[in-house]
Design a binder for this molecule. Structure first.
Ligand SMILES: [Zn+2]
Length: 258
C-alpha cells in the first residue's frame, strides 16, 4: 500500500505532462521563433553539432518543429565520431537518421578534419571551427544557426568547443544577418525528468516575453525514436534509457544569443 502511495504521484505527473506536451504539439504557443517579424518566412537554418547522433539525442524537438513548417534545415556535423574507430559506420547512420527526420541527405555535411576528432580531451580549435561554419553559412545563405550552449547538454568538450566556435565566428565577423540560438543545458534533475520538465521549461520561456527564449515541444515523438534507432552502433541500453528519460526527447528550450 505504501509503495502504491509513493509511485502513484510521479506516474500521474508523468502522464499529465505527456498530455500537456501532446496538447501543445497540437496548439503551438511558440509564436516568435523563426518568424523574425515576418510571418511564414521560410528560413535557411544551420544546425551545428559535434558528433553523429547529437541531432537525434538532443535536438529532435527543434528539428521536427522546423521541418514541419517547411524551413530548410542543414546539418553541419563537425566530426565523424571516430572515437571507437566506427567513423565510417556512424557517417552512414547520420544520413539514415536525417532521412527519418525528413532532412534530405544532401543537406547533411560531415567534417573529418585531423584537428577535429571525436573524444574527451581532444581540444578543437575555435578559429578553425569558425572558418568551417562561416563557409557553410555562405554556401547555403544561412540566416539562422542553432547549436549547443557553453555546457553542451552533457558537458562533452567537443560540444562546448562547437559553441565557442560559433561564438568566435560571431565575435570576429560581427555578422548581423545571422540569428543564433543555443540549446539550454539543464541540471541533472530536469535533464532526466522526461516530459515533466515541460512545466519549468514553459515557465522560463514565458518569463522572456520578448521571445529570446523559446520552448519547442516534440511534435513527432515516434520520428525521434526512429531517428535514434538508425544509430545502431550507439543504440545500447543506456542510450535507450537516456532517450526514454531525457527531457530533450520531449522538448528543447532555446535561447537567442544574437
Ligand atoms: Zn556528442
Amino acid at each position: 500500500m505504501a509503495l502504491i502511495l509513493i509511485i502513484t504521484p510521479p506516474i500521474f505527473l508523468w502522464i499529465i505532462s505527456l498530455c500537456k506536451i501532446l496538447l501543445l504539439s497540437r496548439i503551438p504557443f511558440t509564436k516568435h521563433f523563426t518568424q523574425n517579424g515576418r510571418a511564414l518566412r521560410k528560413r535557411n537554418i544551420l544546425l551545428v553539432i559535434a558528433h553523429p547522433d547529437d541531432e537525434s539525442m538532443f535536438f529532435t524537438p527543434t528539428i521536427n518543429f522546423l521541418t514541419s513548417r517547411g524551413h530548410n534545415v542543414q546539418i553541419l556535423c563537425l566530426s565523424i565520431g571516430d572515437a571507437d574507430g566506427k567513423g565510417n559506420i556512424r557517417k552512414q547512420e547520420l544520413f539514415q537518421a536525417c532521412v527519418a527526420l525528413k532532412i534530405p541527405m544532401q543537406q547533411v555535411k560531415m567534417v573529418n578534419h585531423p584537428d577535429l576528432q571525436d573524444g574527451f580531451g581532444k581540444v578543437w580549435n575555435h578559429i578553425l571551427l569558425a572558418k568551417i561554419i562561416e563557409e557553410e553559412i555562405t554556401s547555403h545563405c544561412i540566416d539562422m544557426i542553432i547549436t549547443f550552449d557553453n555546457y553542451g547538454v552533457s558537458g562533452h568538450c567537443n560540444h562546448r568547443d562547437v559553441h565557442y566556435g560559433v561564438c568566435k565566428l560571431l565575435h570576429d565577423t560581427l555578422r548581423k544577418d545571422v540569428e543564433v540560438w543555443e540549446l539550454i543545458s539543464t541540471n541533472i534533475l530536469r535533464k532526466y525528468s522526461g516530459p515533466v520538465d515541460i512545466w519549468l521549461s514553459m515557465f522560463w520561456a514565458m518569463l522572456h516575453s520578448n521571445g529570446t527564449m523559446q520552448c519547442l515541444v516534440n511534435e513527432h515523438y515516434c520520428r525521434s525514436l526512429k531517428a535514434m534507432a538508425q544509430h545502431s552502433s550507439q543504440w545500447v541500453w543506456f542510450r535507450k534509457l537516456f532517450v526514454a528519460l531525457s527531457s530533450y526527447t520531449y522538448m528543447n528550450t532555446l535561447r537567442k544569443i544574437k
